[in-house]
Design a protein around this ligand. Structure first.
Ligand SMILES: Nc1ncnc2c1ncn2[C@@H]1O[C@H](COP(=O)(O)OP(=O)(O)OP(=O)(O)O)[C@@H](O)[C@H]1O
Ligand SMILES: O=P(O)(O)OC[C@H]1O[C@H](OP(=O)(O)OP(=O)(O)O)[C@H](O)[C@@H]1O
Ligand SMILES: [Mg+2]
Length: 296
């Protein structure tokens, strides 16, 4: 099973990082190599340009791919299926035109010229509107084209909006929302490795924003603590087996009540409030740790 991943650009690092966190550590992948092995002898990696990845997967140079949804749509590939939204590389393709010009909407673009790195997506967008401008394909610096009279408007990527603003361009329409996706060629979907890779990557996404909380709770207070833990499912409750030098239980309250250990998975944003609440309910020795992976 070969996975095509971006060889450079802004998607390279986060993709490699995700594979690592999913347990697919890269080996023999020193700079400028086309291929890398992973710790799994059945999974290797092909480094390719973000824009080429959908075609490489469709043509069989790789079996699975990780790249932007914009690139998958632009490549117009058949026979590939999306498996997972990896939720990074979030951006939008938008139609934009000079702020102080006379293009204020799609209707003003009949007979005009639109420059883009995404001619197929742009053509599909205009086909829906019934307005058919000329579409000029450029390979970068699209934002400059309206200022050198190459185009009246552009369809380009935006995320923070800084580049559009710097080039005095105003957004007119949303064309496509994108994020990075995992996908595979349809004829390999039955291969169990595909599901293994998908589960491994999904488990990293599942764990993001989650924390593991551990605490000791007097048995008598267990219900109170349970009530304030917003865990995924119920918390896990365990007896504490420790014994003191004379065989007596060490995990007891000052009054000699036995304590139990309570473990729970909690959303990161709930941790602060949960600590306050469980302390109030009688918990002590509270520990919060990160979670690498979570398979539900
Ligand atoms: N500003 C952005 N914010 C979020 N995601 C982005 C942004 N720009 C691009 N992307 C996503 O990253 C993908 C690749 O863009 P990137 O700029 O890394 O490569 P590129 O410039 O097309 O590559 P190359 O340098 O090989 O020509 C895009 O197709 C899109 O999905
Ligand atoms: O809304 P913003 O946050 O300003 O992002 C938008 C910019 O990001 C991308 O370029 P990138 O930085 O990848 O440079 P590139 O042209 O070299 O690909 C894209 O092509 C836009 O120009
Ligand atoms: Mg770019």
């Amino acid at each position: 099973m070969r996975i095509a991943v971006p060889n450079k650009g802004r998607l390279h690092e986060p993709t490699i990082d995700l594979l690592e966190r999913a347990g697919l550590h890269l080996e023999n992948g020193a700079d400028r190599k086309l291929y890398a092995d992973t710790v799994d002898p059945d999974v290797s990696v092909l480094f390719a340009r973000a824009a080429d990845i959908p075609e490489y997967v469709a043509d069989g140079a790789a079996d699975m791919g990780i790249t932007g949804y914009d690139q998958v749509r632009e490549a117009r590939v058949d026979d590939v299926s999306e498996l997972l939204d990896l939720e990074f590389g979030r951006c939008r393709l938008v139609l934009a035109a000079p702020e102080d010009g006379n293009i204020e909407g799609v209707a003003d673009l009949a007979g005009a010229t639109v420059a883009t790195e995404f001619p197929n997506i742009t053509a599909d967008f205009f086909a829906e509107t019934g307005v058919e401008p000329d579409i000029v394909e450029v390979s970068g610096a699209t934002e400059l084209t309206p200022h050198v009279e190459m185009a009246d408007a552009i369809v380009d990527i935006t995320s923070t909006g800084t580049t559009l603003k710097m080039n005095r361009l105003a957004e007119l329409e949303d064309v496509l929302s994108s994020s990075v996706r995992l996908f595979a060629r349809e004829d390999v979907l039955e291969n169990p490795k595909v599901e293994e890779v998908r589960t491994a990557l999904a488990s990293v996404k599942q764990a993001e924003g989650k924390r593991y909380m551990m605490m000791n709770v007097p048995r008598a207070k267990l219900d109170d603590v349970r009530d304030v833990i917003p865990g995924l499912g119920g918390p896990t409750v365990m007896d504490i087996a420790d014994e003191g030098p004379n065989g007596e239980p060490t995990a007891t309250t000052e009054d000699g009540d036995a304590k139990v250990a309570v473990h729970a998975v909690v959303n990161e944003r709930d941790v602060f409030e949960t600590i306050t609440e469980v302390k109030k309910a009688g918990a002590s020795d509270i520990l919060v740790t990160e979670i690498e992976r979570l398979v539900e």
